[in-house]
Design a protein around this ligand. Structure first.
Ligand SMILES: [Zn+2]
Length: 340
């Protein structure tokens, strides 16, 4: 069977590998149907992901069909459609005991620490599988995982009915966070430098769009909130400048959710954090988001709506990665498919 494996910096190969087999009665083999390419996969390919151990089959956003089950598997049947949860955790460490298994001391992520979904078949433990209705197209189902990232960020930010939410960055995660925030009943302002991304956000429910290339974000948020500033600020850019402006954009008792992993230093002052009693909350991967996100997708509260705008056969993984690297603005979400 085919697998997309990264061997080193910019060395990705479509290789022939043995198909996994059922060794234990609890094993489950999934036939992968669609896998999304994420910014972190690009980082693995470009040699800038410090967590990955090479060689590695990438892919942590993937969905498929149950192909084979061990004889003790009861909750899944051959042919079931499933979304794969890429993280696994020990359930024992301090983070796990705080109900934050996404920050587990022994966290393992498919496609990073273990081989992921860019292969035709994969063996996955039952606890990492979630059913999804067969009526959901694969190219929509594959958005489940990135949607859980938005689900986690909005949960950490306590996004809710009628709250004012500012999202910085209208890339994939910014757009999905917008859609989840709207589904949760919030009012959303989204900012970016790319007008076409802002136009797409507007189509997808943004109440206000701000192009920071020619508009002052702080001023716009002030007008939009009648001076109160935002209840929640999600930074889906993760640059030093956007993190810094989060503290200005947030209003009293506001919550700030930085989503970047930049190591560049940022100069901030303590005063706004103290005076406005801000809560700055990290959001890593997701915790317990798959069930609500999948149900929202099944109920058409969350959908594709043009997010998946690039599709490639798995054999053309290199072309997909080249597009991701050379022309990222053309790719809202690139998906690799197996049956073409
Ligand atoms: Zn743990």
């Amino acid at each position: 069977m085919l697998a997309v494996r990264v061997y080193g910096k910019e060395d990705m190969r479509v290789v022939d590998v043995p198909k996994p087999t059922i060794d234990n009665p609890t094993d489950i083999i999934v036939k992968v149907k669609a896998v999304g390419i994420c910014g972190s996969d690009k980082a693995i390919y470009n040699g800038s992901n410090p967590f990955v151990e090479l060689p590695r089959v990438m892919g942590h956003e993937f969905v498929g069909e149950i192909a084979e089950t061990g004889k003790e598997v009861t909750e899944f049947t051959i042919g079931d459609h499933v979304v794969v949860e890429p993280i696994s955790y020990d359930g024992k460490c301090y983070a796990c005991r705080q109900h934050m298994p996404n920050a587990c001391a022994n966290l393992k992520v498919l496609g990073v620490h273990q081989d992921g979904g860019m292969q035709e078949y994969i063996k996955v433990p039952a606890k990492q599988l979630h059913h999804i209705n067969k009526s959901v197209p694969w190219t929509t189902a594959v958005l489940s995982e990135p949607y859980t990232i938005a689900g986690n960020a909005t949960t950490r930010g306590e996004v809710g009915l009628s709250k004012t939410v500012v999202i910085q960055g209208a890339g994939t995660i910014g757009q999905l966070s917008l859609k989840v925030a709207k589904a949760k009943g919030a009012n959303v302002l989204i900012s970016d430098v790319a007008q076409e991304k802002l136009a797409f956000a507007k189509e997808n429910g943004a109440d206000e769009i701000v192009n920071v290339k020619n508009e002052d974000l702080v001023e716009k948020v002030k007008q939009w909130t009648n001076g109160a500033m935002a209840n929640v600020v999600i930074d889906a850019v993760g640059a030093p400048s956007t993190f810094k402006s989060c503290l200005e954009i947030a209003g009293v008792a506001g919550r700030v959710v930085p989503m970047g992993f930049s190591t560049a230093p940022v100069t901030i002052t303590q005063q706004p954090i103290m005076q406005k009693q801000l809560t700055i909350c990290g959001s890593r991967h997701q915790t317990f988001q798959f069930e609500p996100i999948i149900h929202a997708i099944e109920d058409n509260k969350l959908g594709d709506d043009g997010m998946v705008n690039q599709k490639f056969n798995i054999k053309d993984a290199q072309k997909a990665m080249d597009l991701m690297n050379n022309d990222p603005d053309k790719a809202r979400k690139i998906v690799l498919l197996f049956d073409n």
